[in-house]
Design a protein around this ligand. Structure first.
Ligand SMILES: C[S@@+](CC[C@H](N)C(=O)[O-])C[C@H]1O[C@@H](n2cnc3c(N)ncnc32)[C@H](O)[C@@H]1O
Length: 229
């Protein structure tokens, strides 16, 4: 059986997210940072010189803790409708960029820290994106990423098989869940060295137009470094 190429799935997926954000003036993800962030965010003192990137920032719920590190922050996402919902007080303090994570219009080695929050499991082409994140990190820079497995509370809920691989939540939003070995191998294949890898659990309220019930997340949280040199 032939399947649509992942680039086609990626285009449809990005469009589905943008339509979701545009479907309501409410914030889909809320204003509290994702449940693992404050516990796993590195201190500014352990970061090399450089700016910070919230990669696929959505509506910016994770920007306040990043700004507390006292470095310039860029927020990028494919969904213009999401970026438009970042509150004015935050917009004034960050650089906002509409982007595809597979290829950002930015030079090499700009960021000391990159956050990928609730993103990798939604990407049809995660290997390309992680390689791009490595390119953007300064040598010694850190990537913080969560990658959920089949034990996440949302795995298996309203998921239909996607053509080829992965799942489509509600028939629209691409998801792929990864075991520990797969998650760590994704980072290694992108040339990133694992610093820490542990499971984190947190609860989230309903997400308007997306997930009507309060739900529990369980996800592997990984910190990885772009090796020096
Ligand atoms: C589940 S949301 C998480 C948003 C945000 N990181 C957070 O934690 O609130 C996934 C985000 O990835 C974005 N996204 C999906 N594919 C993308 C791509 N190829 N390039 C850039 N953003 C993408 C979507 O627009 C969406 O905002």
């Amino acid at each position: 059986m032939s399947h649509p190429p992942t680039t086609e799935i990626n285009a449809e997926n990005k469009s589905a997210w943008n339509q979701l954000y545009a479907s309501t003036p409410e914030s889909i993800w809320g204003r509290e940072p994702v449940g693992f962030l404050r516990r796993h965010l590195p201190a500014a003192s352990v970061l090399p010189p450089g700016a910070l990137l919230d990669a696929a920032a959505g509506e910016g719920r994770n920007l306040p803790p990043l700004l507390e590190l006292g470095r310039p922050v860029t927020a990028c996402d494919a969904a213009a409708a999401a970026l438009a919902k970042i509150p004015a007080a935050l917009r004034a303090r960050v650089t906002i960029l509409e982007c595809d994570l597979a290829q950002l219009p930015l030079g090499d080695a700009q960021f000391a820290f990159i956050l990928l929050s609730d993103v990798v499991e939604t990407l049809p082409e995660p290997a390309t994106v992680l390689t791009e994140m490595r390119r953007l990190l300064v040598p010694g820079g850190l990537l913080l990423v969560n990658i959920p497995g089949d034990d996440d509370g949302i795995a298996g809920i309203d998921m239909q098989p996607a053509p080829g691989h992965g799942w489509l939540y509600r028939g629209r939003y691409y998801y792929h869940f990864y075991g520990r070995a797969e998650a760590e191998a994704l980072l290694a294949a992108a040339g990133l060295a694992l610093v820490a890898s542990e499971v984190s659990a947190w609860d989230e309220p309903p997400h308007p137009q997306f997930r009507p019930e309060p739900h529990a997340h369980r996800s592997r949280v990984l910190l990885a470094r772009r090796p020096a040199g």
